[in-house]
Design a protein around this ligand. Structure first.
Ligand SMILES: NC(=O)c1ccc[n+]([C@@H]2O[C@H](COP(=O)([O-])OP(=O)(O)OC[C@H]3O[C@@H](n4cnc5c(N)ncnc54)[C@H](O)[C@@H]3O)[C@@H](O)[C@H]2O)c1
Length: 254
């Protein structure tokens, strides 16, 4: 189904993981995809694969983000979809007792300030069109607490959730939908490598997932494609949970 034929979609963090799977899926749905990443090699490879455009951009840089969306609008005539997805989860973000202010500020800047900037510079184009869909990547940790803390990451995703909800409400009557995507843990190569080295750590997490497994990036991409498309025409200001049942679980099956 080509639900996005003729649409222009911007994907940040398109070089890897959820962003890459989503660039592929949006292309398969007929969109022209602008692949954005700070990592030039992976971003270019993603763009080549989806026959799209690559824009090198650090999403924490205000001038670069403004140029990104203004440039896409100038070159393609429109900005229909913004998937604001780039994010980090660095090892020096841990318990509040050991996480320093530098790590805290870095994570907040990449994960939350970037979403503020991308929305700020995408929305005026969507206002002109009278239509647009913004999907901001939050996380299930925006909804639940964990004893295995990454305190800055959790706070950063809570911020993404709250700002997405408010923007969804503010711009609802202008045809702009804004949703926060809350994925559960995804089986990215990095996570799988970490858990292969430490099976006890993996088991400690999997016990909380009713489905008993992590998500594939393609399963998250499918949700983004839905939110991007007119099939989601009455969905805005939502916390769109794609988590294998984690947030609904008290006790999980053996
Ligand atoms: N993987 C998971 O289990 C999981 C679960 C919930 C939410 N998320 C969120 O999903 C999003 C994508 O995660 P992923 O697992 O695909 O990560 P990933 O590390 O595989 O990909 C992230 C991409 O973002 C890019 N990036 C990082 N900082 C950037 C910056 N300043 N400017 C531009 N690009 C930048 C990286 O180069 C990379 O290509 C993140 O926001 C993450 O927090 C991931």
């Amino acid at each position: 189904m080509e639900r996005l034929a003729g649409r222009v979609a911007v994907v940040t963090g398109a070089g890897s993981g959820i962003g890459l799977a989503t660039a592929r899926r949006l292309r398969a749905e007929g969109a022209s995809v602008v692949c954005v990443d700070v990592d030039e090699d992976s971003g270019k490879a993603a763009a080549a694969e989806v026959a799209g455009e690559f824009v090198a951009c650090d999403v924490t840089d205000e001038a670069a983000v403004r140029d990104l969306f203004d440039g896409v609008a100038a070159r393609h005539g429109r900005v229909d979809v913004a998937f604001n997805n780039a994010g980090i989860s660095p090892p020096d973000d841990d318990s509040i007792l050991v996480t320093g202010l530098e790590a805290w500020e870095r994570v907040l800047r990449v994960n939350t300030t970037s979403v503020y900037l991308c929305c700020k510079y995408a929305i005026p184009h969507m206002q002109r069109q009278g239509k647009g869909s913004i999907i901001n990547t939050a996380s299930f940790v925006a909804l639940m607490g964990a004893a295995t803390s990454q305190i800055a990451y959790t706070a950063s995703k809570g911020g993404v959730l709250a700002l997405s909800r408010e923007l969804g409400v503010q711009f609802a009557r202008e045809g702009i939908r804004v949703n926060a995507l809350c994925p559960g843990p995804v089986a990215t190569p990095m996570l799988m490598e970490l858990f292969a080295k430490d099976p006890e750590r993996a088991a400690r997490r999997l016990v909380h997932v009713p489905m008993g497994r992590f998500a594939q990036p393609e399963e998250i991409a499918a949700a983004v494609a839905f939110l991007a498309s007119d099939d989601a025409s009455f969905v805005t200001a939502s916390q769109f949970v794609v988590d294998g049942g984690i947030t609904g679980a008290y006790v999980t099956p053996l």
